[in-house]
Each structure stands twice: as C-alpha cells, then as structure tokens.
Ligand binder design. Structure first.
Ligand SMILES: [Zn+2]
Length: 42
C-alpha cells in the first residue's frame, strides 16, 4: 500500500546545514544548503 503524499513529505529527512549540521527550517529560498548563520559568512 502506497503512502499518502502527506505521509511521504513527513518522512522526508530534515534538511541540514552542510557546514554546522544543524537542522534547518525549510525556506522558500532554499537554494542554499547552509543555515542562515553559516550562509552569512561568504
Ligand atoms: Zn550552519
């Protein structure tokens, strides 16, 4: 039996910062793979 779309998205892994490995809150402009704190250091 297939999972419902809602369950599928709930089962997706949390996005983590590639720098500090902190779990990030999904944002609309999620082109970056670093958290807000790390992405400011460019
Ligand atoms: Zn970070």
């Amino acid at each position: 039996m297939l999972l419902s779309p809602i369950q599928f998205f709930k089962n997706l892994p949390k996005k983590r910062c590639s720098s500090c490995k902190k779990v990030m809150v999904e944002q609309a402009d999620c082109y970056t793979n670093k958290c807000e704190k790390c992405s400011t250091v460019i």
